[in-house]
Design a protein around this ligand. Sequence first.
Ligand code: FES
Ligand SMILES: [Fe+2]
Length: 411
Amino acid sequence: MLTPVLASLTADIAATAALPLTSAHTLPQAAYTNEAFFKLEEEKLFRAGWLCVAHISELPNPGDYLALELLGEPLAITRAEDGAIHTLSRVCPHRAMDILPGSTGFPRKGHAPNLLCPYHFWSFEMDGRLRGCPHMQEAKDFTKAEWPLTAVRSDVWNGFVFVNFDGAAMELAKCYRDLDAIVAPWNFAQMSIAITMDWDCPFNWKVMVENWMESYHHIGAHSTTLNRIMPGQNTWIEPEHPHYVHAHLPYTAKLQAEVEEAAARGEAMPGFLPISGLSGGQSKEWGLFTGYPFFMFLTMPDRLLWYRLLPISAERCKLQTITLVSPETMASPELAKMIEEESVLLRDFHLEDMEVNEAVQTGLRSRYAVRGRLSHLEEPVWLIQRYLAARLAGAYPEKASRKPYYGLRTV
Ligand code: FES
Ligand SMILES: [Fe+2]
C-alpha cells in the first residue's frame, strides 16, 4: 500500500508518461529527490529487473572476484574453478560480517583461492559453498552444506554480468534478444577494459540516464566537443522496446565523407583500431543504448563505452565510465599512446555532462523548479518516462505509436 505522497507521485508520473511526445513535459521534481520514491524504484525497477554489475574481462581466471555494493547489498562476483560466474552476497552466514570489508563505494578486484571471512576464518569456495569452519565440531546438527554464502540470481549477456535480486525477472537473453545482431560486430565478450574512470555523482540516477540518452544537449553542454561531430538534430531513435532504448547519433555529412575517404585509402580514423564487420551506418555513427533501468552503453566504430552506475540514494550515485577495446587494439604496440590520447577526450566530454547533471539536481531541489516542456529531440526522455510508469504499475512499456515520429534528419 503506497503512502498518499507516493500514490499521488505515481499517478502524476503515469499521467505524464501517457502524454504524446508533442505534449511531453518533465516529471515532478520529487521523482528525483524523494527518498521514499527512490525506495519504491528500488523495489519495482531495480530489484525486479536486471542490473549490470561487471564485464567478464574483469574476472578472467578461476579465483578472480569483484566486490561491489549495489542497493546497499555487499556483493562478490566470482569466477569458480569450473569457469562459471557467480554473484554472491558477502554477508557471512556465521555472524553476518561482510567477508570483504573496506568498501569505498567503487568496485574492487581481487584474486584468492577461496573467500575467507576475516572474523572467525570461515572459508568459502568461489561458488559460495562453505569450505572450512574451525571449531564447529560441537555444534549439534551442523552440516557445512547448509551454510553457503547466499547466491543472487545472475546471468551473462554478451560478456556482461547482470544480477536480478528478486529472482523473477524475464530471462536476460530474451530481454536483449533483439540487440544481439545489432551489437554482434563488436563481440563484447572478447573485448577488454582499456580505461576506467571513477565518478562520485551528486544526482539522481534518472538525471544520469536521461542525459546519457538525449542528444539535444550537444548544442549546449557539448557545443565545442561532441556537437561538432554529432549535432543533436541528426539523432534518431529506434521504435520503443520494452527492455531498452536505442538512439543513433550519425556523424556530420563532412565527417561521414572523411570516414569514407579514409576507408577508400585503406586508412583508419584516429582513435583505437576499428571494429571489423560494421555496417555502413555503424561506421559513421555512435550507437547509444540504455537497457532498463540503467545499463548504459555506447557503440563506437573503434570501441565500446560502458557506464557502470551504482545508485546509492535519491540524490547520489557512484559511476564508472569504462572504455572497452578489441583484442587487436589490446595487442597494438600503440596501445599506451592511444589510451593517453583517448582518456583526454573521454574525460573532457564526461566532465561536461557531470557539470550539467550536478546543476540539474541543484535545480530539481529548488522550490522554483517547474515542469519543463520537451523537444522532439528528447524522445528518449519520454521513452524513459514510459518505462518508469509501466514498471511502477508492474508492466512493461508497450510499443508506442510511431506518431509522431521524427525519424532521421540530415544536417
Ligand atoms: S562472521 Fe564470518 S566467520 Fe564469523
Ligand atoms: Fe552528454
